[in-house]
Design a protein around this ligand. Structure first.
Ligand SMILES: [Zn+2]
Length: 264
């Protein structure tokens, strides 16, 4: 732990003097993302009933594995550092899915009917969502939002303490912070559109038709009545903006999809 935190402290100075805008600063190092995520994961799932077998579970696991393989191909310098894992949560009333910093994911059963394209197959629709959520993780939007939410002084204090003797306590504190605040973290509209774009690239690389994203977001709007129930919808761009951007990106990502199909 100590070496990792010392590395963060060293990374602070160049970040602060760089030309990134404040909202893009991330004081947590990429190697800490999976450590924090792995600590926060069981806390977020502690109250949940999980599904560990059956056809739906297999599809969720196989689909996320394909997307993770794609993310490793596209962004190996980040994705290879992460500890990818998915949990299927039995909550038919929750239309949600997420990916923590570092690659730990959850899919709630309530989103599966929305992901279903009407043929009884939810795999490609769910790949739209999880491509997007995985992109949030590889683009490191979660720890960037944590940096923003906690404030620089709090993070620097944590790092300062970490260089001392209380590394594990500091790590546990940051993970607890992540677990309690993750559902309400706002990544920001630009980050959402950025995750949409990267998610489409992951989908296409994994061999899922990115054109499915347009229909999926329309179903999502119908299912939620355009209301902003889960965090990841409330902070997301309007569906009109999102669909317009997806359509403008299709000429870029369709060749990737076709190449994947051709290579099989
Ligand atoms: Zn998002």
């Amino acid at each position: 732990m100590k070496t990792a935190f010392a590395a963060i402290a060293l990374a602070v100075a160049p970040v602060l003097t760089g030309c990134e805008t404040i909202s893009q600063i991330n004081l947590i190092s990429v190697s800490q993302d999976p450590v924090l995520g792995a600590e926060a994961y069981p806390q977020l799932l502690a109250e949940e009933q999980t599904i560990d077998s059956g056809a739906r579970y297999r599809t969720v696991v196989d689909m996320t594995e394909r997307l993770v393989t794609a993310a490793r191909q596209v962004d190996p310098e980040v994705a290879d550092l992460f500890e990818w894992e998915v949990t299927l949560v039995r909550r038919d009333d929750v239309i949600n899915a997420w990916c923590l910093p570092g690659g730990k994911m959850a899919v709630y059963t309530g989103i599966l009917p929305v992901a279903d394209d009407g043929s009884g197959d939810f795999e490609t629709g769910l790949a739209v969502v999880m491509g997007h959520e995985i992109a949030h993780a590889t683009l490191r939007h979660g720890t960037r939002a944590m940096t923003r939410q906690l404030g620089f002084s709090a993070i620097i204090a944590l790092i300062g303490a970490a260089v001392g003797d209380e590394d594990d306590a500091v790590l546990a504190g940051m993970a607890a912070q992540l677990a309690t605040s993750f559902a309400s973290l706002s990544f920001g509209r630009d980050a959402e559109l950025e995750a949409d774009r990267r998610g489409l690239i992951y989908m296409a690389t994994a061999g899922y038709d990115p054109r499915a994203a347009v229909a999926f977001w329309r179903r999502m709007e119908a299912a939620t009545g355009g209301s902003s129930q889960p965090e990841w919808l409330s902070t997301h761009p309007s569906n009109d903006n999102r669909i317009a951007q997806i359509q403008s990106l299709l000429p870029e990502v369709l060749p990737i999809y076709e190449q994947t199909l051709g290579s099989r």
